[in-house]
Design a protein around this ligand. Structure first.
Ligand code: PEP
Ligand code: MG
Length: 598
């Protein structure tokens, strides 16, 4: 029997999946290399041309089968179709067959290697990406010619539960998959906003990304368990693992069903304090999930996805159409659209952001937008126009000082004037908020609070910058402590300053969904929590057990603690009875590393 292995990654789409691995795209396709006689030229050319035709047919049929929600990526297939008709590519392969006396596969390999080498040397990121497209087309043609008629990815047709394991999945890969047959994703690289994570969450499929060695160590059809909450992949699980995770899967499903039933309950403490509960989303189809799990509104719409996996920058009209869909959703009381937060750990192929030594602290988010005003304006005007259709508000990420938010307000005023000139309607008093996620903005929150209508604390980044720990570096992840006294003090400073100015404060980092932290956040006076949609019912269930006085005392007590660990240990004991139902899955006695109870 093969040995049991545990791979640690980042859980980015909730749930447990148990199934067989299907490893995509490992290794190169062996290229047959033969010298041929001139009389074989025409035969080889005919083989190459037939492969071009077959590849076109395959791509067209994939395009026809695309699911609605990923149809917008069809342009990738169109790009590949265009490459298949490219005269330069076709003529070069034909010439190489004739001049070099080599078979079609070898000729294709020689030609494509030359093109890719040239493109990869170019600094331009657009051309660099074209190299990837050409490589993709090359692999398709090569497979056809070496008689592996279908590509790896098209043939994911295995019956039963299939867990896709890959180094990374590009949008091009995902659109080729039959998503209905897939019960989990594991990738070597990636984070919460990587394409795989986003698609997995939208489809409610568990995913673990950043599982470094997964695609090079997991073999096809090996049995795999993935835990999309804990970020764990177990290969060749033991009977004990299977027993534990089948049980966990069952409880998760039952909990999910239970939670759907209570999703509509009010998020109100026992003494009647209403805490708004919103959702963090990236995709329009996720709106339905938010509704199903009882989100009152959207606390964070991450707009980066609109810029990812495309070759051009979205137009004002494209922005408008997307935000209008959100605005028109009647069940949402508010929709917070965060302006572009690209840079740092989030990348785009359509924007030319030069490589920086320290991207988390570089030209990202609002800094980039202020520099690229036309780009920023097309998004802002899209939001403003959509605000005529529903309760949209604007959230500005990564603000670190007063001048930045003043500049943003100036640009928004210019956008309004431009829309006025054209007689286009928008909400004149649209709310503008600062995403408080840089320590400096917490420390000057009383200054910023006078400038805007609301705050949203982004603890994912706030913790990163306060404790100086790279949020995507696994070696320092043990230092990531939401209850660190420095973090709690910054949150308190921000909430107090906002309330003094009469504005509300949301918290939209991962911390907002954790049952252990919710009572403390309520005690500090938070007005809104925003989280991934699946966690909403559990958060409501926690809130409904609390009362404000208890939370205030608890928060005061925790604020007096000397370390995050001390606070965490205290809360685990203090809240164990009150939150035992919400904790079944959080505080278990199973150690996946050892595969047994500890
Ligand atoms: C945050 O920083 O806490 C946040 C919610 O935003 P993101 O994770 O997109 O940076
Ligand atoms: Mg952030």
């Amino acid at each position: 029997m093969n040995a049991r292995r545990v791979i640690k990654g980042i859980g980015t789409s909730s749930g447990v999946s148990i199934g067989r691995a299907y490893v995509l795209e490992r290794g190169k396709i062996p290229v047959p290399k033969r010298n041929i006689k001139p009389e074989s030229h025409e035969k080889e050319i005919a083989k190459f041309k037939a492969a071009l035709k077959d590849a076109q047919e395959e791509l067209n049929s994939i395009k026809d089968r695309l699911d609605e929600e990923i149809r917008r990526h069809a342009f990738i297939i169109d790009t590949h179709l265009l490459i298949l008709q490219d005269d330069f590519l076709i003529n070069s392969v034909v010439d190489t067959i004739r001049k070099e006396n080599v078979n079609a596969e070898w000729a294709l390999d020689l030609v494509v290697s030359k093109i890719i080498n040239t493109l990869e040397k170019v600094e331009d990121p657009y051309l660099k990406e074209r190299a990837q497209d050409i490589h993709y087309v090359y692999k398709r043609l090569m497979r056809i010619m070496v008689k592996k008629v279908k590509s790896d990815i098209d043939s994911v047709n295995v019956s039963g539960k299939t867990i896709i394991v890959a180094h990374d999945l590009s949008p091009a890969d995902t659109i080729h998959l039959n998503l209905k047959k897939i019960s989990g994703f594991v990738t070597d690289i990636g984070g919460r906003t990587s394409h795989t994570s986003i698609v997995a969450r939208a489809l409610e499929i568990p995913a673990v990304v950043g599982a470094q060695t997964a695609s090079s160590t997991i073999k096809n059809f090996e049995r795999v368990i993935i835990d999309g909450d804990e970020g764990i992949v177990i290969v060749n699980p033991t009977e004990e693992d299977l027993k534990y995770y089948s049980h966990k899967q069952k409880i998760l499903r039952e909990k999910k069903n239970e939670y759907v039933k209570i999703a509509r309950l009010k998020s109100e403490t026992r003494d009647g304090f209403k805490v708004k509960i919103g959702a963090n989303i990236e995709l329009i189809p996720e709106m339905e999930i938010v509704e199903k799990y009882g989100g009152e509104g959207i606390g964070l719409y991450r707009t980066e996805y609109l810029y990812l996996s495309r070759n051009s920058i979205p137009t004002e009209e494209e922005h408008f159409q997307v935000y209008k869909k959100l605005a028109e959703k009647r069940s949402f009381k508010y929709v917070t659209v965060r302006t572009l937060d690209i840079g740092g750990d989030k990348f785009s192929s359509s924007l030319d952001i030069s490589k920086e030594l320290n991207p988390a602290m570089g030209l990202r988010a609002v800094r980039l937008c202020i520099r690229e005003v036309p780009l920023f304006k097309s998004q802002l005007k899209g939001i403003l126009r959509a605000s005529a259709y529903g309760p949209l508000r604007i959230l500005i990420p990564m603000v670190s000082g007063l001048e930045e938010i003043r500049k943003v307000k100036e640009i928004i005023s210019e956008c309004m004037a431009e829309l006025d000139e054209k007689g286009i309607e928008y909400k004149k008093d649209i709310e503008i908020g600062v995403m408080v996620e840089v320590p400096s903005s917490c420390l000057i929150s009383e200054i910023l609070a006078k400038e805007v209508n609301f705050f949203s604390i982004g603890t994912n980044d706030l913790i990163q910058y306060t404790l100086a720990i790279d949020r995507v570096n696994e070696y320092v992840s043990y230092l990531y402590e939401p209850l660190h006294p420095a973090v709690l003090r910054l949150i308190k400073t921000t909430i107090d300053a906002a309330h003094k100015e009469g504005i509300e404060v949301a918290l939209c980092g991962e911390m907002a969904s954790e049952p252990l932290y919710i009572p403390v956040l309520l005690g500090l006076g938070i007005d809104e929590l925003s989280m991934n949609p699946y966690s909403i019912p559990r958060a409501k269930s926690v809130i409904r057990k609390l009362d404000q006085n208890y939370c205030r005392n608890l928060a005061m007590h925790v604020l007096g603690m000397k370390s995050g660990k001390e606070a965490e240990d205290f809360l685990k004991v203090e809240l164990s009875e009150l939150l035992k139902d919400e904790w079944i899955l959080v505080d278990n006695r199973y150690d996946p590393q050892k595969g047994k109870d500890y």
